[in-house]
Write a protein that binds this ligand. Structure first.
Ligand code: FES
Length: 428
């Protein structure tokens, strides 16, 4: 099934308040329309500043299906450059990250500066009077950052990044409290693909409903204190807020959602006692140690920012749409820049235990996502329900539509933003 000439249904009409059509996961034409109307119009997250710490540091990634290089130039500015040579289109950089003085295309060696300007072409006599280098820089996206998180957009008319983030900014501030006053750094990334549409993962990040079922094996693999902390099914304070612009936050461990607030009742888990001893012997204060140990699991919530990055618990989750039925996920673990490395290492072990390739969490999630894609492929007209909690959604004192964390409030907001962006008229 597709949105062809005979079928006059607009893609945007396939989303209603409480359900979406399965075709949203399976129709290649809808996927292509999403690239044009969402990924090439919205702000898309590309990097954390710790990944490109110095002048010349770069990483490569994608905005939608467009390969890009995110690089810090000599003035300290972040540039997002199209990774596509202006001669005959080859990618100019194939390294995932690194440090460079510029980028030289391997095909015929046109070379570009960190700001994307074309600096030189070999054997220039063949271009005398017919090539002005100023006319052939690498394409450049608008790039803005907030709290070290860098987004880029192809859309010159997009609202300022901070306006787009809106109320998600408050939750970003809370999220980064987990590095306890130290700058945040990415301490490890792993990438994997699943056989499903990108929106299946987008939904999952604020889907508390699946947690006690899909993650039963993880719950039985952790100590009692951790299992208790994540037993939010009957906690009325565990809620999901719709933050607007497609963003939402699902709060699972309420005692940790603002790590500056500590009523002193929480016991440090026995499994961290060896760290406490080491920190004491290294001269850290009691308050510093308590703070670090309370942050071992991250921030207590999953913040989903539309369309492609979640600040989830203690890591970033990035989604890159490959095709209508394939998505790449990056899980990026976080630590403290300049903080005790043995604490960072323990944070990494906790991350691996859930999110790692042999972890007890993410592989179980991926099994569910593959199954959703298979089911949607079998009958794309069958609705996908996102109505859970509509009967109990209220408005929080902050003005956010809110329901229990096991409800589908976050998904509804993501699809509301999807519908809004997909409703834009096709460009002539
Ligand atoms: Fe890049 Fe020719 S394609 S120099």
């Amino acid at each position: 099934m597709s949105t062809n000439a005979a079928d006059t249904t607009r893609s945007a009409d396939l989303v209603t308040d409480d359900r979406v059509e399965g075709r949203l996961y399976t129709d290649p034409e809808i996927f292509e329309e999403e690239m044009q109307k969402i990924f090439y119009k919205s702000w898309v997250w590309v990097a954390h500043e710790s990944e490109i710490p110095q002048a010349g540091s770069f990483k490569t990634t994608f905005v939608g299906q467009q390969p890009v290089i995110v690089v810090r130039d000599r003035k300290g500015n972040f540039n997002t450059l199209l990774n596509r040579c202006r001669h005959r289109g080859a990618t100019v950089c194939d390294q995932p990250n690194g440090k460079a003085n510029g980028f030289t295309c391997p095909y015929h060696n046109w070379s570009y500066g960190l700001d994307g300007k074309l600096r030189g072409v070999p054997y220039p006599e063949g271009y005398e009077d017919i090539l002005d280098k100023a006319d052939f820089p690498l394409g450049k996206l608008r790039t803005e950052s907030y709290l070290g998180m860098i987004w880029a957009t192809f859309n010159a008319d997009a609202e300022p990044l901070e306006d787009f983030l809106g109320d998600a900014k408050l939750w970003m501030e809370r999220f980064f409290k987990q590095t306890n006053g130290y700058p945040t750094k990415v301490i490890g990334t792993h990438k994997f693909r699943f056989n499903g549409n990108w929106k299946i993962q987008l939904e999952n990040t604020t889907d508390g409903y699946h947690f006690p079922m899909v993650h039963k094996s993880w719950m039985t693999s952790v100590d009692e204190e951790t299992a208790d902390m994540m037993s939010f099914m009957n906690d009325p304070e565990a809620v999901t807020h719709n933050l607007g612009n497609g963003h939402s936050v699902a709060i699972m461990a309420t005692a940790h959602m603002d790590l500056d607030i500590d009523d002193g009742t929480e016991e440090i888990q026995p499994r961290f006692h060896h760290l406490v001893e080491q920190l004491e012997s290294d001269g850290y204060s009691e308050a510093e140690i308590r703070r670090m140990m309370r942050s071992m699991h991250g921030c207590g919530f999953n913040l989903n920012t539309f369309p492609n990055v979640a600040m989830s618990s203690a890591f970033f989750r990035v989604l890159i749409p490959i095709s209508v039925n394939e998505t790449e996920i990056w899980h990026m673990a976080l630590g403290m820049e300049g903080g005790p490395e043995y604490v960072n290492q323990e944070r990494l072990r906790i991350h691996e235990h859930f999110q790692g390739p042999f972890g007890f969490g993410s592989p179980d999630d991926a099994e569910g996502w593959d199954r959703v894609q298979i089911g949607a492929g079998a009958d794309p007209a069958m609705p996908i329900m996102v109505n859970r909690g509509l009967n109990r959604e209220v408005t929080s004192p902050e003005g956010w539509p809110t329901s229990h964390v096991t409800d589908e409030t976050g998904m509804r907001e993501a699809y509301a933003q999807w519908k809004k962006m997909m409703s834009a008229e096709d460009e002539k």
